[in-house]
Design a protein around this ligand. Structure first.
Ligand code: ADP
Ligand code: MG
Length: 348
């Protein structure tokens, strides 16, 4: 049997972990990234460094692969849809286009009668004047944000004067949810009503960057069920193929809200590598390559911490770990403040 070649767009840590899982399944990976230092080149079979609009390089990539997927959402829609004419792109380009735009994404969720925080589109500065009851809130760029980038917390309208906001861009203003907790649900959909879903994961953010994830999440039964039901509903509605993550807020009155959808494997799911028989990465590869679906089994409770910036150093210097601890170094060339450098999972 000839080997399957899986093309992955994006070369960050998620691309690395997808490549590791693919290799285990005898699938070759070819990574396409516009970052010449992309860490995933250490883990894939072949690496193509080019911009996301380089037609010749895109063509080389498409010729070499059987199936295409992606590990981050900020890819031009045209790039994905051109590729999809020649080889299947999973998840579908239209799903990515919807989700990469915060306003379109929230409209979609609300149409399903699923709760989000209150929000409004902002096209110029004066739009904000009518929106005082959305404050305190967070102003976010509608596209291209991640790890809190492109986000401005706003308590009062006067705050806007002190922030250097470029109103040539499009924004969304979201009312701040009085957070009790954040959770995420990871689901891998194979086809109609065929999916594997992981239990909700409890997440702690610091400076809008994920710091810690753990299972079991300390939540009531209603939230446990509702977060899973909503995730299944979203995955089915999108006719999604692959691994999807839904991020949720829980407010102080135990109301559940969808924060956002990630059309890809997700940082909060790194603990699935060690805590389940099949990780979110392996499940993604299985779904997009139409391999066998294996029923999920939990092996252990777990906690994952992200090692951000300099926090990676002691682990790189051979810090002694116990048998229940698993350290991953993303092998990023440069240590930068606020950059995710690796993670540590502890089985409990
Ligand atoms: P990113 O795309 O950077 O992950 P998010 O919209 O998920 O952006 O925001 C990152 C984090 O910031 C959230 O996980 C949460 O901790 C905080 N946050 C964002 N929006 C809100 C909100 N409307 N209410 C309360 N907290 C928020
Ligand atoms: Mg988020």
């Amino acid at each position: 049997m000839s080997e399957i070649s899986l093309g992955i767009i994006g070369g960050g840590q998620l691309g690395s972990m997808l490549s590791i899982s693919a290799r285990k399944l005898n699938i070759k990976t070819i990574i396409y990234s516009d970052d010449k230092d992309a860490p995933a080149q250490n883990f894939c079979n072949e690496f193509i460094f080019a911009s996301y609009d380089d037609k010749d390089k895109i063509n080389d990539f498409v010729q070499k692969v059987d199936i295409i997927t992606y590990e981050f959402e900020n890819i031009p829609y045209e790039t994905l849809s051109e590729m999809n004419k020649l080889k299947t792109v999973s998840p579908k380009p239209s799903v990515n286009r919807l989700i990469q735009h915060r306003l379109a994404e929230k409209d979609f969720i609300n149409k399903l009668n699923i709760r989000t925080t209150r929000y409004a589109g902002i096209n110029n500065k004066s739009d904000l004047n009518a929106l005082e009851d959305f404050l305190p809130g967070i102003l976010k760029t509608t596209t291209m944000g991640y790890d809190g980038k492109g986000q401005y917390p706003i308590k009062r309208l006067e705050d806007i004067e002190n922030l250097k906001i470029d109103f040539n861009k499009e924004y969304i203003l979201e009312k701040l949810v009085k957070l009790k907790k954040e959770i995420s649900v990871i689901i891998t959909r194979f086809s109609n009503n065929r999916y594997e879903i992981y239990e909700p994961i409890e997440n702690v953010h610091e400076d809008q960057i994920l710091k810690q994830s753990k299972i079991p999440a300390n939540i009531n039964d209603k939230i446990f069920e509702q977060s899973k039901d909503w995730s299944i509903q979203i995955a089915e509605e999108l006719k999604y193929v692959g691994t999807l993550c839904i991020e949720f807020f829980i407010d102080r009155n135990d109301n559940l809200y969808v924060n956002e959808i990630a059309p890809r494997v997700h940082n909060s799911g790194h603990l699935t590598i060690n805590a389940f028989n099949v990780s979110q990465f392996e499940n993604h590869v299985r779904a997009v390559c139409s391999l066998e679906q294996i029923p999920l089994k939990k092996i252990s409770n777990a906690e994952m911490i992200n090692l951000i910036g300099e926090q990676i150093q002691p682990y790189r210097q051979n810090l002694k770990l116990s048998d229940n601890q698993f350290f991953f170094d993303y092998l990023k060339k440069e240590i930068k403040e606020k950059r995710k450098m690796g993670h540590l999972t502890t089985l409990k």
